[in-house]
Design a protein around this ligand. Sequence first.
Ligand SMILES: Nc1ncnc2c1ncn2[C@@H]1O[C@H](COP(=O)(O)OP(=O)(O)OP(=O)(O)O)[C@@H](O)[C@H]1O
Ligand SMILES: [Mg+2]
Length: 223
Amino acid sequence: MDKVIIADNLSLSYSNDEAIINKVNFSVNSGSFVFITGASGSGKSTLLKSLYGALKPAQGSLIVGGVELSSVSRSKLNFLRRHIGIVFQDYKLVKEWTIEKNIMLPLIINGYEKNVTKNQVDSLLKHVRLKHQSGKYPQELSGGEQQRVAMARALSHNPILILADEPTGNLDDYSSGLIWSLLEGANTQLNTTVIVVTHHIPQTMNIDYKHFHIEYGSIHEVN
Ligand SMILES: Nc1ncnc2c1ncn2[C@@H]1O[C@H](COP(=O)(O)OP(=O)(O)OP(=O)(O)O)[C@@H](O)[C@H]1O
Ligand SMILES: [Mg+2]
C-alpha cells in the first residue's frame, strides 16, 4: 500500500533547543484515518507543522506525498500544499473575507471552475450548518462557528491529506458530530488520508483508525 507519510529517525525542534520530537519512526498508509493524542505541550501541533512543511526536520527524513521535506524547494512545497487541507488550532481565517470566500480560497488557488466552486462551497456550508451565515466575516462568528468554517475550507478542494489540529476543541457534541462525520465521509468516500489531533477520540467512529500517542518526544501506536 502507498505511504502518504514516512518519517525516518525524525527529530523536530525550534531553533537549537532540545528536540520536541526525538528520533521517531512512523508511517501512514494512503487512505488511513489517524488520531494523534498527547498531553498539552507534547508536540502534536509541532508534528503537524512539520507535515505541511512549516517546520523543517532538525534531523532525519520526512517524506509527505512523495516529497522529502528536509530539502524541499519553495515551489515544490507550494505544489504539495495544494493537495493538503489544514485546520489550524487557531483557525487562521482571513479576517477581511466573508466565510464563503474563506472556504472558496483553496478552490480558487487550484483553478476550479466558477460553477463547481459555487456548488462545492454551498454544499460544505450546508454540511457545517452555516449556510445562513455565508456573508458574514469571521469575527462576526462564534469560536465554534469559525472552527466549522476552518473545517469546510480544509475540505473544499478534496485534498489527498487532511491535517486537523483539535478540530472539535470548541464545539458542543452536536457540532463535533458534524465534524467527525465530515472527516469520516472524506476518508471513506474520497479515500482522503486524515490526521487529527484530539484530546478525545469519539466513541462513535464507524471506521478503522490508527491511534498514535506522543509522549516525552516519542511516538507510539496505541492498539
Ligand atoms: N514557535 C515556537 N517556538 C519555540 N517553541 C515552541 C514554538 N511552538 C511551540 N513550541 C514549544 O514546543 C512544545 C510543543 O508545542 P506544541 O504546540 O507542539 O504542543 P501541543 O502538543 O500541540 O500542545 P497543545 O495540546 O497545548 O496544543 C512546547 O513546549 C512549546 O512551548
Ligand atoms: Mg497544539
